[in-house]
Design a protein around this ligand. Sequence first.
Ligand SMILES: [Zn+2]
Length: 195
Amino acid sequence: MTLTRHLLPDELDLLLDGETGFGVQQLTGHLRDCASCRDELSALRVFVSDIETLPEIAPRVGFAERVMHEVHVFEPWQVAIRTSVAGWVPSSPAARIATGTAMTGAAMLVTGAAVWGWAHRDTTAFIGALVTARARDGVLAALTATAQSLVGPLGDIVGSGLPLLSVAGATLVAGAGLGFFGLRAVAARARRLEA
Ligand SMILES: [Zn+2]
């Protein structure tokens, strides 16, 4: 049985490697009849022996580091933030225990305050209502003032009240979005500088 087509690159590779397994016979059979494939195989033999005579060159010290310094590895922002936070965790066990103790103490303090607030919830509710009312008035005033300063001449058209507060709300949302993307940019920047 002989092949009715020329040899494929992986079939030529098999012959180059000196394979003798099943199926090689029909490849060598085609070689006997086909000068074109014989030429191709001998050209490949010359190429392989040329490669084997090439001198071996060792790269200069620090080659991998220099290449990797130019490679920007993509790192999602949440991973970058986690790595940054991990950088703040002290490395020595004693410092870790101290930090852990301090954080546990802070957590217990907050829990204690919450429990106290629940136990004295009448007082807490009173103070809370007072603070909330003050805060609400303050926030409303600040929002209106901010909106008026932001909207400027448009404020005369929009007027005060709900439309004005909607504009202010949209501005705050836009500001929060900018802050979020700013944080991402800072995290990415910190990551690049660290690398
Ligand atoms: Zn052929």
